[in-house]
Design a protein around this ligand. Structure first.
Ligand code: NAD
Ligand code: 89V
Length: 339
């Protein structure tokens, strides 16, 4: 498969490293409006064909897919352009700023008969995935409670300055991943309530969010996120888990320690992800998940399957984000299905 990547910024570098290691897919062209970022990235990854304009690139290149690694304002025009060109699409999270934009993008790619996957990679982190598979296999019986927690004081603003500028911050940028993990464990959400806070006076949006989810299949989960938590060990960017089931419990603790306890005893495993040759700590769990999700995209296309984190699936995660902001603003419990 021949692909092009649009948006050669901070995170796209990980995506390009990951593509280099995936058989069956090659990035043959790059696009960025910023000439310096474009030429630096083209040189780093030895990609000769470069464009400042995405429409010109889609016109000139013979492609099978595009990987959109820009921030949210450009997602809808770029996804619709790719759909009109008849291409399969991967688009970074947050997929859209509104449910209407998200639905329009899903519709555009489905009408073109192509595959749309959102780069929602946290559920693909190998430690998180191992925990999800353990629960799905029934190791702790029927799950009835979960706490999915991401708390850190790491300075994310130096690498991603736009995170300090938006009216929305932690739920839209990070909570979206953690809410998606809650869905991966417990399924659809019937009702959600949320409380938010801004602790850091240097930023515009909220940097703390605490959410309570009632899932349709009966479990309750607490999803808590903070970028205002100064503690040791600093766990960025680990998601910590506590899942209770009818037959036992599972915990993913700091340092990638996975504990499963049942009547039959206790198992403890070190599930720290490998440090890929191009990766660096502490980002290595996220970087590994980029390789895993991009391989999933290629495998799904080869097999004619819908990706687990497809555009259509992501509508449900985005609805949780919208529900959380609405609940925090109104003090009401919100039904995501109403959004
Ligand atoms: P960035 O600002 O560093 O890079 C975005 C690039 O896109 C810029 O170079 C910009 O010039 C380019 N761009 C914007 N609109 C364009 C257009 N229409 N055509 C061509 N180029 C265009 O942003 P980033 O930090 O790399 O984040 C990009 C996306 O990745 C965001 O949505 C962010 O939330 C997401 N992200 C995801 C993860 C993850 O783990 N999944 C981690 C970090 C960032
Ligand atoms: O994964 C992300 O979306 C990043 C970060 C980990 C910093 O929140 O933006």
């Amino acid at each position: 498969m021949k692909g092009a990547l649009i948006g050669c910024g901070f995170f796209a570098q990980n995506q390009l490293h990951a593509w280099s290691g995936i058989e069956g897919a090659d990035i043959v062209a790059l696009c960025d409006q910023d000439g310096t970022r474009l030429s630096d990235t083209a040189e780093r990854f030895a990609i000769a064909r470069t464009y400042r304009d995405a429409a010109a690139m889609l016109e000139a290149e013979q492609l099978d897919f595009v990987d959109i690694a820009t921030t949210v304002p450009s997602h809808r025009p770029l996804v619709e352009m790719a759909a009109a060109a008849g291409l399969d699409v991967i688009c970074q999270k947050p997929f859209a700023a509104t449910m209407a934009d998200a639905r329009a993008m899903v519709e555009a790619v489905e009408s073109a008969g192509r595959v749309l996957m959102v780069h929602e990679n946290f559920r693909w982190q190998s430690a998180v995935r191992r925990a999800i598979e353990t629960v799905r296999e029934g190791a702790i019986g029927a799950p009835f409670f979960g706490r999915i927690s991401f708390r850190s004081g790491y300075d994310v603003f130096s690498g991603q300055p736009y995170l300090a500028e938006g009216e929305r911050f932690i739920i839209e940028d990070l909570g979206i991943h953690i809410l998606d993990i809650a869905r991966a464990f417990f399924g659809d959400v019937e009702r959600l309530s949320a409380a938010t806070k801004r602790v850091n006076p240097q930023i515009r949006g909220e940097d703390v969010a605490t959410m309570l989810l009632q899932h349709s299949q009966g479990a309750s989960s607490v999803v808590d996120c903070s970028y205002a938590t100064r503690r040791q060990p600093e766990t960025f960017p680990q998601t910590l888990l506590e899942i209770d089931g009818s037959e036992g419990t599972l915990r993913l603790d700091a340092g990638y320690r996975l504990t499963v306890q049942t009547k039959g005893g206790e198992s403890i495993a070190d599930v720290e992800p490998p440090l890929l040759p191009w990766a660096e700590k502490p980002w290595h769990n996220i970087q590994e998940s980029v390789s895993i999700i991009q391989r999933h995209f290629v495998d799904c296309i080869a097999a004619g399957r819908e990706p687990e984190t497809s555009g259509r699936d992501n509508l449900k995660t985005l609805a949780l984000v919208e529900a959380a902001y609405r609940s925090a603003a109104t003090g009401q419990t919100v039904r995501p299905a109403d959004l």
